[in-house]
Design a protein around this ligand. Sequence first.
Ligand code: ADP
Ligand code: MG
Ligand code: ZN
Length: 735
Amino acid sequence: MEITSDILHDKLKKFFGFDSFKGNQEAVIKALVEGNDVFVLMPTGGGKSLCYQLPALCMEGTAIVISPLIALMKNQVDAIMGFAHNQEGIAHFLNSSLNKTQTAEVKKDLLSGVTKLLYVAPESLTKEENIQLLKQIKISFYAIDEAHCISEWGHDFRPEYRRIRSIIAEIGKAPIIALTATATPKVQSDIQRNLDMLDAKVFKSSFNRPNLYYEIRGKNNPKKDIIKFIKENPGKSGIIYCLSRKKVEEIAELLNINGIKALPYHAGMDAATRGRNQDAFLAEEVDVIVATIAFGMGIDKPDVRFVIHYNIPKSLEGYYQETGRAGRDGQEGRCIAFYRHKDIQRLEKFMQGKPVSEQEIGRQLLMETVSYAESNQCRRKVLLNYFGEDYPECNCGNCDNCLYPQKQFNGREEICTVIELVLSLKESFKAEYLSNILCGVSNSLIKSYHHHHNEFFGIGKSKSPRFWNAVIRQALILHFLDKDIERYGLISVTQLGRDFLNAPYDVMLTEDREFEEGEDDDSDSPMNAKHPAGLSGAGDAALVPMLKSLRQEVAKKQRIPSWVVFSDPSIEDMAILYPTTLDELKKCQGVGEGKARKFGQPFVELIARYVEENDISRPDDFIVRTVASKVTNKVFIIQSIDRRMPFEDIARARDMELCELIEDIESIVNSGTRLNIDYYIKQTIDEDKIDDIFTYFKEEAQSDSVTDAMKELGRDYEEEEVRLVRIKFLSELGN
Ligand code: ADP
Ligand code: MG
Ligand code: ZN
């Protein structure tokens, strides 16, 4: 039976409830039902799933859909089953999460031919019993979703994807449709080659997402920036991506403390909690989800209004994917990423220890991200160029660089210089190497080629390597130069570049942006948390002395030392937060209920007067309130210790070092919570030693200092032992 356009429209309405196709869905589907191999490159939210779901429902046999995510499969199956009437349009999934009965049911439906769509994880596809099963049924076609997983150059490489082709050959031939939202030319060719579908009909949509606003921010005050941003966008849904689980927990808690409904999501949480948090976000019970990159693949929330990257992603594909989750409905979608060089160094560190080739790939992907972040050019232009797409406009009007353009300079001479250099070096070096030559920066590689004697060496040294890097990058975007990704980014000159050199013309370029390095709030040492993040500095310089002299007055009257009234940090906080009620006063460090009641009144009165007289707009709407004890995993730690979990396991569950855990436990105990850690101490420390240390603290110690204790007790005691017993001591006698 021929599948006509009418039939397709009919089924589109019946199964999915849509009146028309989106983008080139119909063309894709037609090509597939006609028996072609098809390759679909479509951005996230473009509607890829329908490109295989609909033909599966129309064609004879079962379509095999290979997809990496169990959660995703379940969503899709549920969605189809929701629309399907009777037995028509049955979809199943096959993976390790099914129990025996469920698996048997799926097999029965498969063999009787009612299953139209079978979702399988690649791991399940490679299982011999499944191959044998699938050999027995008629297959309409194979769909390979998230096909970039095939390529090492994708952001999400999965080795088992490499075996798909050979398994398909074993099960039986049928057309293949591969789909991805990652479309760098390199990934694209990897996919086609690996799936042996070089003749496939390729459908590539534009990757431009005009409604997304792109911005890169220096990371000076990220937490304050984030809170301020969310407070200015009340009620909107958003995702915040962080690199580590610990950061996810910390930011989620920070947001809650600041009155923003947020939940964490990361792979270290149990599946049930994770599912609950995801559902709460989808159901809009919370506005914000703070997540590691594990979140969002395949979730379909059309009205995510912002995506914030607390850490810059390690590749532009990742960045594009994650920002792509904003504004899927075509409405507002703001994408803000925080950038600083330290984060790049951290990502580089993570790569060490991986195979060299993987490191090389990783570093190159990272460099692309750096270029993007530091560029002063239209973000959209750079991003699309990365995906092999030209963006013709000069000003997109919807990115930070276009809205706040930087000064330009005429780069005619500079581009000529670069082109000449590339030609003279026979087009066999990378951008970084070229800019080092121009600046006269010698290194062992340059010396090994004797290029420190080259005529170009140092001719551009009045400018920095980053200046020259920016020139090269823009010459690439302008197609004067070309970069060979297969050969690790070697730069060559295009015909256009040669023409330019023969008859140069004016070309306006921009220099790169400089990013200040903010304070490192990621080190998270509980000791340096003197001030809430983003509120460093000693507060309003005029107000502080006024508060201090008031403090002295009060102290005199009550005949106590002034630091007993309020400590300096408390005073400084008052001069930042401008509390005008006792409740607000309690939000300053070191000010508890008792102190606020006992001494607070004249202070808040003074501040209220001061605010009034000086017409100060109190920053209260986005003041960052920090986590009370600075212990982000407090509840988890207390519960785990109650359950007598070994410290090593607690630390591992939260991605911490043991010493970090001990620090956290110390702050928990210091803030007055009693913890019984005997079970752990008894296992790890000799009983006599425990007694010695305990007795020292009880009978000899002049303070609770660990250093003093170590000195007094001598070398037979490890610092860790002393600290653990001290925790026991403080917990038993102090709390
Ligand atoms: P992708 O996999 O490309 O990221 P999805 O397949 O998840 O995108 O589809 C994205 C959204 O677009 C979904 O909400 C889907 O229901 C919707 N969609 C797909 N096709 C159509 C269509 N023809 N008309 C309207 N909405 C569509
Ligand atoms: Mg998809
Ligand atoms: Zn722009």
